[in-house]
Design a protein. Structure first.
Length: 198
């Protein structure tokens, strides 16, 4: 292992010592448990054309699923998508065909084959991944730029997810900034802040 500077070691220790905690208001966990998705390859976001809710599209080895990010409800499923168009690597733009209410559109997917989700919102929330005990990734949420480099855990940054059991696939916000999702090779977890809808 390469020698760490005193600053790097202090930062590593700070991350290792930070317990996993609940997200701060206004963020709310959508489901009380992680939603199991075996063989998850990636996720992407779309918008419901009728109610404007964020939708989370999940691509796995068993097909595609579409979830309402506000409720966690699975609203569409395709167990047998077109093999030439069913995984993000099958096309150049890392997208998959939409299903359910977003049929006829393409959804950009981030995960095993590349791509990325938004790492910040327009009003100052940010998310990053840290791995002080690699390969176990930690997801850190912050407000106002208060990541672990400065600020206080539970004050300006929060360790909200710890992947000790599966490989992290994608982490990020929806384009609206109202949904935060974390996908691993075995499940997906999301938080929302649709306060007026709760």
């Amino acid at each position: 292992m390469a020698h760490l500077s005193a600053y790097q070691q202090a930062l590593r220790n700070r991350l290792l010592d930070a317990p996993q905690v609940a997200t701060p208001p206004p963020w709310k966990l959508v489901s009380e448990r992680r939603i199991p998705i075996g063989g998850l390859l990636g996720i992407g976001f779309a918008v419901h054309p009728d109610n404007g809710h964020d939708l989370v599209m999940v691509v796995s080895q068993d097909g595609h699923g579409l979830f309402d990010a506000l409720t966690g409800e699975k609203i569409a499923r395709d167990r047998d998508p077109d093999p030439d168009d069913s995984t993000p690597e099958a096309v150049d733009d890392l997208s998959c065909p939409g299903l359910g209410p977003v049929t006829g559109t393409r959804v950009r997917i981030a995960g095993l084959f590349g791509g990325g989700l938004h790492t910040g919102t327009g009003d100052g929330w940010s998310v990053e991944v840290a791995s002080p005990d690699w390969p176990h990734d930690r997801v850190l949420l912050s407000c106002g730029g208060g990541f672990a480099h400065g600020g206080s855990h539970g004050g300006t940054w929060w360790h909200i997810f710890h992947s000790t059991y599966s490989e992290l696939r994608a982490v990020g916000f929806s384009p609206s900034g109202r949904t935060l999702a974390v996908a691993t090779s075995s499940d997906v977890t999301f938080w929302t802040r649709w306060e007026s809808e709760r």
